[in-house]
Design a protein. Sequence first.
Length: 265
Amino acid sequence: MNMHDHITHLSASSINDYTECGLLFKLGRIDKVPMEFTPDTLEFGSVIHKALAMFYEEKMTGNILSSKELCDLFETHWENAAASRPDIKYGKGKSFDQLRTHGRELLGAYYRSLPDDPYTVLAVEEYFEFHIEGLDVPIIGYIDLMEEDESGTIIITDWKTAAKAYTFDEVNKNFQLTLYTMAMKSNGYFKREILCKFDCLIKTKVPRFEQYYTLRTREDEQRAITRITQTWEAITKGVFTPNDMSWKCKGCVYQNACKKYLEAA
C-alpha cells in the first residue's frame, strides 16, 4: 500500500489519533469511512472556535466586540450548525437549547476573565506547513491565534473547551503546542522567543475560564520529532493496531465499523 495515495500530510490531530488507536486512524483517514454521527462536543467546540476567531479578527482591525456581541456570534453559528447537522448526537442531559445556553455562559465567563493585555493580534486561524528532515510528508495545521507582546515575543494560543481544568503536566507535555512551536520556528520565527498558551473554557456547572502558559525546549522538540518519524514509519508499513480499550471508545464515531472490522472472519 502506497501511503502517499492516501495520506498526503500529518497533523497533531492525525498523529494523536494514530497513537490512541491505529484503527481509528485507518478508518477515518485512509478508508475515509463517514462518521456514524457527529458528537455534540465536536460541533460545540467548533462553534466556540468560530465565535472566538471572529472576535479576534475584529480586534485585529481595532474593533473590540462587547460580551453580548461575542455571545450572539456563538448563538448564530450554533443555530446554523444544528440546522445543517441533523446527525449531531447529544450526550446525556444535553440538548440544542442546553448547549446554546451553556455556550453563552462560557463565552461570558471568557469575556469577563480575559486579561487586559497589550498583545497585538498578528493572525487568526493561521495555516502552517513544514517538513522534518528525512521525512517525506509535510506537517500541517492551523494556529488559532498568533499575537506579539511589546518585547517582540510571539504568543501562540490554542482555544480549548474542556470538562475540567488541565494539569501542569498536560500543559507542559502537550504535543500540539510543541508542534506549533516547531512550525513557527520553521516559518520565519526561529530568532524570536515563542510562548504558548491554552485559553481554556471549562464546562463546569458554573463555567469558568483559565489560561495556561508554557514554553517548549529543544528537548521537547526532539521528542516530538522522534514520535512523528516513528508514527510515519509505522503508517507506511501498514500497521494499524486497534485499541478497543481506549477511553475514547464510548464516544467513538466508528463504533459499528470497528465492531465489523474486529469481528470479521
